[in-house]
Design a protein around this ligand. Structure first.
Ligand code: FAD
Length: 416
């Protein structure tokens, strides 16, 4: 299993239509990943967002022009209306081609599905096309210095003045804020409100005087995330998803998309990384160590299980996104079950980082050579420590699964 077929992929049970789709994707990637795009193969990804950003953005726009972004969105919103199976195929071929890591993930997988599910027609018309075209990039403004796991502690406030929201407060750990054109921000819009009430989900332009972005240097030496300061930042009164005060419900729906569906694209990178670790193990001889070999096989099995689980989660969400707006029933976002995917992939990926270091052995403890840059395995090890924190930590996912999936008694409040 680890010897001839890498980490495995498409089964022979594909329909003729899916086989034709796979051939179309493969052919397009082969024909288009040339020149500067070919040089960007394998670049980018978590902890390596700094790599060839401009080329990756150009690549994303090139893909968009040919209709290869936002595959799962309905056609009328600029997507392809692709089936779940086709989306899986696309991501598999994308990984096999070692195409550059995507730059528009947050807009495509987090905000887009949220606007499709909860936005107005005007918002869909204004915001979805530039996401599909990779012309506008987004960041997620939830966390604050005193609101992380306990997100209901959000204090950034916004008030309506002369037909505009004016936003003031601080967000933190905001991924890709420095590159983003827009931020979807959870803000307190009802003065004196507390906890989950009185919050609103606002869409705020990043490139304006009232917004300051300060990069935070991470363990990897790069700055994927940032502090964001809003000081009277303005956005049009219409740029609110859902009703004023309904922000908590919308924000949780976005988190559901982040924890569930978005992982399919992420597995592009996972598969590539696992193949790389297997290759490394062959080179270093670690593959002959029975314990390491056992961990490599377990990692492969874990990836397959995650893939199947992501497909199952997506199948539910795809049905919801396909339901026409105004059909009488509000489209659902993924339920608390999406926490299972998040818990599983985050733990798997963190363990893959540890496995890569064990495969490297003592050599993993030193930087290769001047200028002492981390190699990709050291970077994977360090960045994957963050996986069990962002989009909700493992402890929080376990609480959600216990209370909302299994129906166990709620955690006692304020007694710890
Ligand atoms: C790489 C990275 C990128 C990120 N990107 C973004 C982004 O783009 N936008 C954004 O808004 N945020 C982002 N975040 C922030 C992330 O969502 C928060 O870090 C996360 O929600 C945890 O919040 P915190 O850091 O405040 O930790 P805390 O909430 O202070 O938690 C500290 C520890 O206590 C544990 N804990 C807390 N409450 C409980 C409980 N009730 N039961 C058991 N254990 C508990 C946690 O699991 C954790 O181990 C990012 C974080 C990282 C690491």
């Amino acid at each position: 299993m680890l010897s001839r077929h890498g980490t495995g992929r498409a089964s022979g049970r594909e329909s003729a239509a899916d086989r034709a789709f796979r051939a179309e994707v493969r052919d397009w990637l082969e024909t288009n990943l040339t020149g500067e795009f070919a040089d960007a193969r394998g670049l980018g990804g978590p902890g390596r967002e700094h790599e060839a950003f401009d080329v990756r953005l150009a690549w994303e726009r090139h893909m968009a022009a040919a209709g290869w972004t936002c595959l799962g969105w309905p056609v009328e919103y600029g997507g392809r209306g692709a089936t779940v199976a086709q989306q899986v195929i696309f991501h598999e071929e994308y990984a096999l081609a070692r195409a550059p890591a995507r730059v528009g993930h947050i807009g495509e997988n987090l905000l887009g599905p949220t606007i499709i599910a909860f936005g107005t027609d005007a918002q869909r018309a204004r915001f979805l096309p530039p996401i599909a075209a990779a012309e506008e990039l987004w960041c997620q403004g939830y966390s604050e210095p005193n609101a992380g796991s306990d997100l209901a502690g959000v204090r950034t406030r916004a008030e309506l003045v002369d037909g505009e929201w004016r936003v003031t407060g601080q967000k933190v750990w905001t991924s890709l804020a420095a590159e983003a054109d827009w931020c979807f921000a959870l803000c307190r819009t009802e003065p004196g409100s507390a906890r989950h009430a009185g919050l609103s989900y606002l869409l705020v332009p990043m490139r304006q005087d009232g917004v300051e972005v300060r990069p935070i240097v991470q363990m990897t030496g790069t700055s994927e995330f940032n502090e964001v300061f809003f000081d009277g930042a303005r956005t049009d009164a219409a740029n609110i998803v859902g009703a004023p005060g309904d922000g908590w419900r919308i924000a949780m729906a976005t988190l559901g998309f982040e924890r569930g569906v978005a992982t399919l694209g992420q597995q592009v990178g996972f598969r590539r990384e696992l193949e790389g670790v297997v290759e490394l193990a062959r080179r270093t001889g670690a593959v002959d160590d029975p314990l390491l070999r056992d961990r490599l096989v377990r990692a492969w099995m874990g990836l397959e299980i995650m893939r199947l689980n992501a497909v199952r989660t997506m199948a539910g969400v795809a049905g919801d996104l396909a339901r026409p707006p105004g059909s009488g029933r509000a489209p659902d976002a993924p339920g608390p079950e999406s926490s299972i995917s998040k818990l599983v992939w985050a733990t798997w990926h963190r363990e893959l980082g540890e496995l890569a270091m064990d495969v490297l052995g003592a050599a993993g403890l030193v930087a290769d050579a001047e200028p002492y840059e981390l190699n990709e395995w050291q970077r994977l090890f360090l960045f994957s420590r963050a996986d069990t924190i962002y989009a909700g930590s493992n402890e929080i996912q376990r609480n959600i699964i216990a209370e909302r999936v299994l129906g166990l008694p709620r955690e006692p409040k304020g007694t710890a």
